[in-house]
Design a protein around this ligand. Structure first.
Ligand SMILES: O=C(O)C(=O)[C@@H](O)CO
Ligand SMILES: [Mg+2]
Length: 260
């Protein structure tokens, strides 16, 4: 049975961010993820997580100035110092939460630009080597161009090739089914092919990015497929609830209270 992680950036928005840990636990989740913890004291994040008996499945490394439109800087050659600093910033949060995987964002750049490509390989390698002694994986997530125009990492095949080429044991793929369906389709076959390099999975309905209970994909089939493939990681619920979060959790009822 998949282990679902509530995404506290998108879900439980009825309450302030720090109160969403308790809300998720009360709804039956045993794990959580979120985009960024950096606006909150590291001790407070750890306290809310552990105080509610939750496991931290994932969060993102600092992306730069998110409000100004930055989406990371791993592929930006002139931002390597910022990249290095971002790893140092994230480390205390990783220690406090015990998270085992962190998402490194590529940034807005042209994938065909050799300088951006070289910067991305260098940043990815540096980040993975930085976190390896801490037992933490670095995950790369292709994003679709409708949600994030001009994002460097916009192709699952490209991400797969780079991960396989670099052969860094703690470098993995973040397989967001929502993005995969929009970018390429054929989700089941891609899951089967990319499972050996997949370190995290995320879900939402397509195209609306709401609860995974309607629209283009048959999620119960995909959840069973993850089990058939022996996927032992987390499935992040990265969706915008249609209304009140708890009113939209009927899909989750069969899975509530899974092992952490
Ligand atoms: O947009 C997504 O999908 C994510 O998982 C984010 O972490 C990237 O912003
Ligand atoms: Mg995602």
């Amino acid at each position: 049975m998949p282990r679902f992680a509530a995404n506290l950036t998108l879900m439980f928005n009825e309450v302030p961010f720090l109160d969403r840990f308790e809300a998720a636990a009360k709804a039956g989740f045993t794990a959580v993820e979120f985009l960024f913890p950096y606006a909150y004291p590291v001790e407070e994040i750890g306290k809310r997580l552990h105080g509610n008996g939750l496991t931290q499945a994932l969060f993102n490394l600092p992306p730069g100035n998110w409000d100004a439109g930055e989406k990371g800087f791993a592929a930006l050659p002139e931002r390597f110092d910022d990249l290095k600093q971002s790893l140092v910033t994230a480390l205390p949060y990783a220690r406090a939460t015990g998270v085992k995987r962190l998402h490194l964002m590529a940034g807005l750049a042209d994938r065909k630009d050799p300088k951006a490509l070289a910067a991305f390989r260098k940043s990815v390698t540096h980040a993975a080597e930085f976190f390896a002694p801490h037992g933490i994986d670095v995950v790369l997530e292709p994003l679709n161009a409708r949600n994030t125009p001009n994002y460097f990492l916009n192709d699952f095949g490209f991400a797969r090739d780079m991960i396989q080429d670099l052969k860094i044991p703690n470098l993995k793929l973040q397989f967001d089914i929502y993005h995969c369906q929009i970018l390429h389709g054929d989700v089941t076959m891609r899951l089967r092919e990319m499972m050996p390099i997949t370190g995290h999975v995320q879900i939402a309905s397509i195209p609306s990015r709401h609860e995974p209970d309607d629209e283009e994909l048959n999620y119960p089939f995909l959840f069973a497929e993850l089990d058939r493939l022996g996927y032992d990681g987390f499935v992040g619920c990265e969706y915008n609830p249609r209304g009140k979060t708890t009113d939209g959790l009927a899909w989750f009822k069969p899975y509530a209270g899974a092992r952490p």
